[in-house]
Design a binder for this molecule. Structure first.
Ligand code: HC1
Ligand code: SF4
Length: 563
């Protein structure tokens, strides 16, 4: 513990890792562009520069707090300096701000306005770069890049992918895949975490809004949507609701008004996954393969495993993800003329995830040769559709999702958080649902935000070994251990985004620790308020096995193409 003087006031510090954190703790919102607390410190933007009592300036993000320091954060010199930095960044930036997709949320623009940049004195001499639109998930526009390096550190430190890096020097410097390749020619898995930290419009979500709007306007088309668990806890961020508030009722109501014919809940699809995956886990364990069964819900993880661990990819569960299981079930249901009234079906999934846009295009995401889900719309895109519609978010009456696929269990809901899939499987394997047993599951080690959790699942007098991982760099640690034989598990859950889908790459950006805490609370509170806790106790799901799924379980719920 120590004390420093910031702008004339004494401030105590304890374990803050840098002077910037102490300044923020003192209630001063000093501007930064390249500082993201979860990533390594890069110190490139210099916006957080402060001055000491001798007039020495330094970047506060890169300075360790020392007892007795005297700091000034808002001197005329610093204000001039920050303005100049922002002016130079704007000068080297494609400034078609009026039509930029992140116009209303651009951090660069917000800071420029905050420090009072009202004109840019310098010319942009950078050569225009082509867009990289090779990925179905994210779009890179190098002309809007300000070289803060946040995306590079996210892709390297947290995801361990290294798909993008700095190239060239001086005014030619660029963030790009090696040898100027396209994203799809790298190890990129479309997780969208780079987009979450990008402060400008240099990395954005590929938009599928237009074809969905077109389908909504066509009277000969039935437009059906499923809504993923994590979407409902994040969309409210865009409309000023408290962090993590569950806004499912408003989403359903607004989407009905926009013309979606039926709106279902992906938690129903997650319940199907729990039933199938639990069964597969028991078969997998009794077959004594000696390698774990890996979860298959997260498409970024599946891609990563296929690219980096092809020898282990055959142990990924054959279960389709909840989105895909449900997409196939919805398509099958609407094949019946009684349900389709002679109209064409457009099957939409509202997801917190950018990688899901790639998942629907994979060969195994088709049934009888037809793509199951037509479009994935991210939470971020849904917020723009709502804004375009003019419907006032907090003025609508809430509505519930439609039958017969609108009821999911609490187990389906917790899929949206790291550990949720495993916890749902543990509930399934548990006979009955007495309170003590359910509490023992929550306290088993399956919950929490650690990137790697290892624990045991009691089953039938045996202990199954499980690992829950989020963040692909953490997945690499576990995979290397499994490959070398140092680690043994029966079940491994991997979610690519740190914290799971609640922090997905398609969620509203600017999501720091406070946002994450709100979404964690929101997901577990929704589970608490859901009467059906276990997937096997969802009567609408068990009924499906006796009707539409009869004789079609493998065809609709499992991958049919991968070995
Ligand atoms: Fe997810 Fe899943 S939890 S992958 O995070 O298994 O995207 O929310 O919909 O499919 O249910 C995402 C969320 C989502 C699937 C489920
Ligand atoms: Fe890296 Fe994910 Fe961005 Fe691809 S989408 S560049 S893997 S952070």
């Amino acid at each position: 513990m120590g004390k420093m003087t910031i702008d004339g006031r004494l401030v105590e510090f304890t374990d803050e890792k840098n002077v910037l954190s102490v300044i923020r703790k003192a209630g001063i919102d000093i501007p930064t562009l390249c500082y993201v607390s979860e990533l390594s410190t890069y110190g490139s933007c210099r916006l957080c520069t402060v001055e000491d009592e001798r007039g020495k300036t330094f970047a506060s993000c890169s300075e360790v707090p020392r007892d007795g320091m005297v700091i000034y954060t808002n001197t005329p010199r610093l204000r001039k300096y920050r303005k100049m930095i922002l002016e130079l960044l704007l000068a080297a930036h494609d400034r078609d701000c009026t039509t930029c997709v992140v116009s209303g949320s651009c951090h660069l623009l917000e800071l420029a306005q905050r420090v009072g940049v009202n004109h840019v004195r310098f010319q942009n001499t950078r050569e225009l770069q082509p867009l990289d639109d090779s990925s179905p998930s994210i779009l890179r526009n190098p002309n809007k890049c300000i070289l803060c390096g946040d995306c590079v550190r996210m892709c390297t430190d947290i995801q361990g992918i290294n798909a993008i890096d700095f190239a060239y020097r001086g005014t030619d410097a660029l963030v790009t895949p090696a040898f100027n390749r396209k994203l799809t020619e790298t190890g990129c898995v479309g997780c969208g975490q780079c987009r979450i930290v990008c402060p400008t419009g240099a990395i954005t979500v590929v938009s599928d809004i237009e074809p969905v709007m077109k389908a909504l306007a066509d009277p000969q088309t039935i437009v059906v949507a499923q809504i993923a668990p994590a979407v409902r806890l994040a969309l409210g961020d865009k409309f000023g609701m408290p962090k993590g508030e569950n806004v499912m009722g408003r989403i359903v109501s607004i989407m009905h008004r926009m013309g979606f014919d039926e709106i279902y809940d992906t938690t129903y699809g997650a319940d199907l996954t729990v039933l199938e995956e639990s069964k597969e886990l028991l078969e997998h364990v009794s077959s004594g393969k000696g390698v774990p069964l890996f979860t298959s819900c997260c498409p970024a993880w599946v891609q990563h495993c296929e690219k980096k661990y092809p020898d282990l990819a055959k142990y990924i569960s054959t279960c389709r993800s909840p989105m895909q299981m449900f997409g196939a079930v919805i398509r099958e249901y609407f094949r019946d003329p009684e349900h389709n009234a002679g109209k064409k079906l457009v099957n939409v999934a509202i997801m917190p995830c950018t990688a899901k846009k790639g998942e629907i295009l994979r060969p195994e995401s088709r049934t009888r040769g037809i793509q199951d889900v037509d479009y994935v719309i991210t939470t971020e895109e849904l917020s723009s559709i709502i804004e375009q519609s003019g419907i006032v978010f907090d003025k609508v009456e809430i509505e519930s999702a439609d039958v017969p696929f609108g009821i999911g269990s609490g187990s389906g809901m917790i899929f949206g958080i790291t550990g949720g899939v495993t916890e749902a499987v543990m509930r399934r394997l548990q006979r009955g649902h007495d309170r003590a047993a359910m509490r023992a599951i929550t306290e088993s080690g399956v919950r929490g935000m650690e990137g790697i959790k290892k624990f045991e699942i009691p089953y039938n007098g045996k202990l199954l070994k499980a690992a829950v991982v989020s963040g692909l760099a953490n997945a690499d640690i576990i995979m290397d251990g499994i490959r070398s034989g140092e680690e043994h598990f029966d079940f491994v859950e991997v979610m690519a985004c740190p914290g799971g889908c609640i922090m997905g790459g398609g969620q509203p950006a600017k999501s720091g620790p406070r946002t994450r805490a709100g979404r964690i609370r929101g997901i577990y509170e929704t589970d608490i308020n859901t009467q059906i806790k276990k997937s096997d106790e969802n009567p609408t799901v068990t009924l499906l096995y006796e009707t539409l799924l009869k004789g079609h379980v493998h065809e609709l719920l499992h991958r049919n193409t991968r070995e």
